[in-house]
Design a protein around this ligand. Sequence first.
Ligand SMILES: [Zn+2]
Length: 600
Amino acid sequence: MSRIPESKVEEIQSAGDVVSVVARYVALKKTGKNFKGLCPFHKEKTPSFIVSPEKQIYHCFGCGKGGNVFNFLMSVENISYIEAIRRVASDLGITLPDYRPADQKVTDAEYDHFYHANQIASEFFTTNVSNHARQYLQSRKLKKETLDRYEVGFAANKWDGLLNYPKYKSVRQDVYLELGLIQKKEDSERTFDRFRNRIMFPFFNLSGQIVGFGGRRLNENDQPKYLNSPESKIYKKGTILYGLHQAIPAIREKKSVIIVEGYFDLLRLVDEGFQNVVASSGTALTEGQARLIKRYTDNAIISYDSDDAGIKAAVRNSQIIEAQDLNVTMVVLPKPYDPDTFILEKGRTAYTELLKSKILPIDFQLNALQTRNINLALEEKYKLIDEMLEDYLHIPNDVKIGLYIHKIADKMEIAESFLISRFNNLKRRYRFRAPEREEKADSQDGYINKGQWRAEEDLISILLLDKKEVARYIFEHISTEDFVNDHLREIFEILVHQWEDLGHFSLKDLEKSITTESGINLISKLSLQVIQQPLKYAVGCIYKMRKWHLDARYNEILRLMKEESTSSKSKSHYTKELTEIRLRISDVENERQKMFNTKI
Ligand SMILES: [Zn+2]
């Protein structure tokens, strides 16, 4: 729980505006009372992301994510609840007291402990530089200004360097342990520094807080070469990109991002004035990282090492990025350079020239194929083509696919029509194997839109319209037990209590009672569903819900009759019950007819 008083949070929430906050990340268009745009949380071509200024919530009807302004910032920036409140507050010019634990022993703002501990470690790494480290740095020929900007530091070659740093004691030890900055000795309570004799590269989140570190060995005999922070409350692998926080303004300005592999590649480029650069740190990009890039630009330039591993990684990552509908090009360096050594040796202008001659990944692949395999056997040729086509299945852009197919046809000397039918074949097979992500989005948290659940959902949407006579009608006909979906039953129950206590419904109070992510997503959806003629609609929902229960009972009895087809006595008992249910179903049907015929 936050130490920010509840009343303050409410003040901030009601003064803040979800539309203007969301508009910084999503291009919004006004449609009726609401705004619409492309969801930042999943890929889509037609907008299903709705923001309501009236209700101060957002919801994506594609992937199901939703909530209030704080939930949005938490998801989009990957920050804590407290941090999200602070952001909205600072936009409004409301100053919140600093919850950092510098002079307090323990605060409830757990996340801040973690950021603060990393900040202390970074201070330690940047202030305690040994001669050895200084020499190493000089050999790298990087400007101090660049190193300062990225807070590049050095972990001392000691077991207790950080432990004895004066500010160390201002944060609890268990925080350092979870962050992996210190470790416990086996079978002992004694602790020691985890990072020793390493160059330290802090990982910043988008708000400029340090979430973890990458440590490169200084002594070539130490293992491993790179030691990274473990995952923690504030650091999830594959969710951040090294250097993105610093690069955002330049990426926006240049309308493109250069992606390199290593920390030193990045620092070299920045040193030479290429500011729009991020590092993927050697591993394959995740879909989340690619989406992160997409948030700031549509154009990515991959500039990796010239060795085989670098080229392989470049091609693979270009596919991951293209799947997010970005334009990708590759810079091909001459062997044996990487961007760092190339610029150091050949200079900035030579690299600028290379950037100009960047090529599409497909051209690179086709060129490589041509030089390697001049006389491909026919089967080999088909196999290679299939492999390439399979990679394009993920590209959400038909024009691009058309262009690529054309290029393959041209270079491999194959009829384009053949490739197109081959591609469509693969597409059908792929669809059969793996359902599209957008289709999967519906079943979050085991939540599937069955007919009954749909009626339950709609009924709650109707209640949230807060129309008294409609609510009264619903409560007369439906009770908590009629709900089969647990989440929806829980929400219904809260609404029943609100009705009894307040005589109306409060979305704000509902948001407070439901705290799970899936619950928040559900509420935003329910409160943004468009319902016309609510009473008529409610009659339909109630009918469906009651009929569903009766049908279920009916089928249950049929099953029992089959199983226990023994005595004629039990048979007649069941038959009677079946008749009863049939009567009740027709009752429900009649009532619905009656309601529809009277003017409501
Ligand atoms: Zn979405």
